[in-house]
Every structure is written in C-alpha cells, then in structure tokens.
Design a protein around this ligand. Structure first.
Ligand code: SAH
Ligand code: DHB
Ligand code: MG
Length: 233
C-alpha cells in the first residue's frame, strides 16, 4: 500500500528534515489533483535535488520536456539565476493551463514559459531557431520517446551542461530484456545508445521513495569526444 512501505516512511521523514515544501508547492499539488492530473510529478526530495543541481551550476537557460502541472518546473524555475529562463514543453493543453496557473501563483510567470505541442516537433523547431544552448535539460515526458528526446537535448545543451532523465528504472523493468512495456523498451533503447554516445559522460542512480523503485540518468555534455572507451570524469 502506498505510504506504508519503508521507502515512503523514510521519504516523509526526509521531507520533514529538509524543507522540501512550502505553500506554493502544496497549492500546485492540490490544484493539479483537483483538476484530475495524474500524480506522477517528481517527489519533493527529487524536486529539490533538481533545484540544487540547477543552482549548483548557476543555470540560466533550462529546458524541461514534460510539464504536467508544473511541479518540477517550480523547483527548477526557482533555481534559475537572475534573468534566467525555463522553457517547459507539454503536449496536453489542459496540463499546460494548470501548470501556468501553478507557476503564476509561485511568482514564476516571467521565468517559465510553457510551450504546448508534441515535444519532438517543438524540439525540432527549437533546433532550427538555434534556441539555447541550455545549461540543464530535464527529460520527463512519454518514455518510449526518451531516446529521441535525449538526442535533441544533447544537441541543444552547451558543452559542460547537464541532462537529467527521469524514470529510467521503472521498478527494475529496465534490466529485464524480455519486458514488453513500451516505457521499459524505450529506456533500454536509450541506454543502449548512451553506451556508445561519444558526446556525453553518463551515469545512472536508482532511487527509492514515495515513487517506489525508479532512477535517473545524469549525463554531462563533454567539451570534446573522449578517447573511445575511456572513462572520463
Ligand atoms: N516533469 C513533471 C512530470 C511530467 S509527467 C513533474 O515532475 O512535475 C509527463 C508529462 O509529459 C505529462 O504531462 C504528459 O502530458 C507529457 N507528455 C506526454 N507525451 C508528450 C509529448 N509527446 N510531448 C510533450 N509532452 C508530452
Ligand atoms: C509516469 C511518468 C513519470 O514521469 C513518472 O515520474 C512516473 C510515472 C507514468 O507515465 O506512469
Ligand atoms: Mg517522471
């Protein structure tokens, strides 16, 4: 049962210890739930993790693929250095509308732009417009397209920039070669490409908590391709 497993128990404890919420974040969750949006946003500790990553690299230009109700966008938007911008891509007009309300209430309407449309189309448009380069990208939309989102993200990120990909583990399904789940297959296709992608240095971390067993990929866009096969920092 959700909420009673040890991961959730510890996550709630960590949330209490680490200031992972406030009225604007709570209100965003409440408005999203009231509007019937699925409760699949990053957890509070994960949101703060993204926030600290962005702050740590003094990100000014951030791209998010998959807005939902804007919960992760609030965390990322608050991390952005003065004059910075977050562009968040969302296919569902209803999600985008709720996200804009949540972002406005959080005081981020001038920092975050939600662009509606299928992300693959918007990304192609961004590349054609020479948008970016971005300092940080958070990939968190439909999982079967993760390999394509990641490829666009690399092209749109500056050398030294970071890309975070959500939901790469999915209760362990990623390591099950017989899985027919489209999301798991998308993640396997993504990791197979990542394995030999000379443009990035990447790792993955499994996570447990209120969202169960899952994980992130973290990729650094390298300054120049390293020697093939070499492990670089
Ligand atoms: N990043 C959010 C959660 C995103 S959930 C958070 O943590 O708060 C995934 C979102 O991706 C959903 O809102 C879904 O509508 C959107 N999505 C699904 N397919 C998409 C596509 N092709 N293009 C853009 N967004 C898409
Ligand atoms: C789902 C999507 C997510 O982005 C997530 O973090 C968890 C679940 C989903 O589509 O089920
Ligand atoms: Mg996610």
């Amino acid at each position: 049962m959700p909420g009673t497993d040890p991961w959730s128990h510890v996550d709630h404890y960590l949330e209490e210890m680490l200031q992972t919420t406030d009225p604007a974040l709570e209100s965003a969750l409440a408005r999203s739930a009231a509007a019937g949006l699925p409760s699949i946003q990053v957890s509070p500790t994960q949101g703060k993790f993204l926030h600290l990553l962005a702050r740590g690299i003094r990100a000014r230009a951030v791209l998010e693929i998959g807005t939902l109700g804007g919960y992760s966008a609030i965390w990322l938007g608050r991390a952005i250095a003065p004059e910075g911008r977050l562009l968040s891509l969302e296919v569902a007009p209803k999600h985008a509308a709720i996200a804009r309300e949540n972002l406005a209430e959080a005081g981020l309407h001038e920092v975050v732009e939600v662009r509606v449309g299928p992300a693959l189309e918007t990304l192609e448009l961004l590349a054609r417009e020479s948008a970016g380069p971005f300092d940080l990208v958070f990939v968190d939309a439909d999982k079967p397209s993760t390999p394509e989102y990641f490829d666009w993200s690399v092209r749109l990120t500056r050398p030294g920039g970071l890309i975070v990909v959500d939901n790469v583990v999915r209760r362990g399904e990623v390591a099950d070669e017989t899985s027919t789940d489209p999301g798991a297959r998308g993640n396997r296709r993504f990791l197979e490409r990542l394995r030999s992608d000379p443009r990035v240095s990447a790792t993955a971390l499994q996570t447990v908590g209120t969202k169960g067993h899952d994980g992130f990929v973290l990729a650094l866009v390298t300054e120049s391709p390293g020697p093939s096969g070499a492990v670089r920092a």
